[in-house]
Write a protein that binds this ligand. Structure first.
Ligand SMILES: NC(=O)c1ccc[n+]([C@@H]2O[C@H](COP(=O)([O-])OP(=O)(O)OC[C@H]3O[C@@H](n4cnc5c(N)ncnc54)[C@H](OP(=O)(O)O)[C@@H]3O)[C@@H](O)[C@H]2O)c1
Length: 300
């Protein structure tokens, strides 16, 4: 099927390649013309602007955005809107906040345009393994793009989650769970690493991936990372977050659902970015104040 793809980064670029392999006809646009040219070489039709992309698609069209959440999504919709017609479908495959997606769906519905929020998981492995797709919005629009979803996903790897916003809501919680799982592995392997037993961490990860209760794809990635660099000496432990963990915690607060593990995982990421903790300095100062305990001081 014909599909417009805007944003040919790590995700959108590979998704186009998977669509081409599946016999689809993507028309692609990226801010970088060289990136567009690379995908044209791979078999896609290239567009010079969002307007040109819309122009090249037969109506009713489907345009998939794979750009970062926030202003990039807003700007892309603004660039598309004057050129779209009623019954066209716009799909946001990035990690937008579900409330933004509901709002955008409502605004586009007023113009007769359908909007789907397609939470997408799979990272750079999606090209070979397929992408897990959680899609919110009108069922009729979902049905229309189903051939594309079937190609992008592994078998049984896509779902109509319900009304607008539900796809991105589901993806948000998915990513919150990911924070917790990753934190548990990180803590376990840190204890193994500090054991003094000179344990082969990569082999333990490999072993646990063979039938153990904690086997998982994240543990396979743990194994791969430890095989490359057994003590992770080339890596600084500075952990970024891209928003979905925070949103999951805020959602838990809003609905008064206890989510201590996900919340702590997020806090640990914040802690990882501190070269020095003011809080820890205060703890030390307080121990000196009430108990006269020794304090290590800094010279110079
Ligand atoms: N990477 C993952 O593992 C993963 C997994 C699931 C979901 N996601 C989500 O998928 C979306 C894309 O992620 P990605 O990893 O593919 O990001 P990426 O590699 O950084 O690619 C983003 C693409 O969007 C373009 N872009 C950025 N700002 C734009 C703007 N204002 N207008 C138009 N295009 C713009 C970028 O162009 P430039 O190169 O010119 O900046 C680039 O082509 C994000 O929402 C991300 O959270 C990512």
């Amino acid at each position: 099927m014909e599909l417009g793809m805007i944003g040919l980064g790590r995700m959108g670029g590979n998704m186009v390649l998977r669509l081409l392999r599946g016999g689809h006809a993507p028309v692609v646009y990226d801010r970088d013309p060289a990136t567009v040219a690379r995908h044209v070489e791979a078999g896609a039709r290239g567009a010079a602007s969002p307007a040109d992309l819309v122009e090249q698609l037969r109506a009713p069209r489907a345009v998939w955005m794979m750009v970062p959440a926030g202003p990039p999504v807003e700007e892309t919709i603004e660039a598309l809107l004057p050129h779209l017609a009623p019954d066209d479908i716009v799909i946001d495959g990035g990690n937008s906040h579900f409330k933004d997606s509901s709002r955008r769906a409502e605004a586009l519905r007023a113009k007769g345009i359908h909007y789907l929020d397609a939470g997408t998981s799979g990272g750079i492995w999606g090209l070979e393994e397929g992408y897990c797709l959680m899609v919110g919005g009108e069922k009729a629009a979902f049905d229309r793009i189903e051939p594309v979803l079937r190609t992008l996903a592994p078998e049984d790897g896509y779902l109509h989650t319900g009304r607008s916003g539900s796809g991105h809501f589901t993806k948000m919680v998915h990513n919150g769970i990911e924070y917790g799982l990753m934190q548990a592995y990180a803590e376990g392997f840190e204890i193994l690493n500090a054991s003094g037993l000179d344990l082969d961490l990569a082999r333990i990860a490999r072993l646990w991936n063979r039938g153990s209760v904690v086997r998982s794809w994240l543990l396979e990635l743990t194994q791969a990372a430890l095989e490359k660099d057994p003590r992770l000496q080339g890596i600084e432990g500075y952990v970024e977050d891209s928003g979905e963990g925070r949103w999951t915690v805020l959602q838990a607060l809003d609905s008064e659902v206890p989510a201590p593990l996900i919340a702590l995982s997020l806090m640990e990421r914040f802690r990882s970015r501190q070269a020095e903790s003011f809080g820890n300095k205060l703890l030390t100062a307080l121990r000196r104040e009430f108990g006269g305990h020794a304090v290590r001081t800094r010279s110079g």
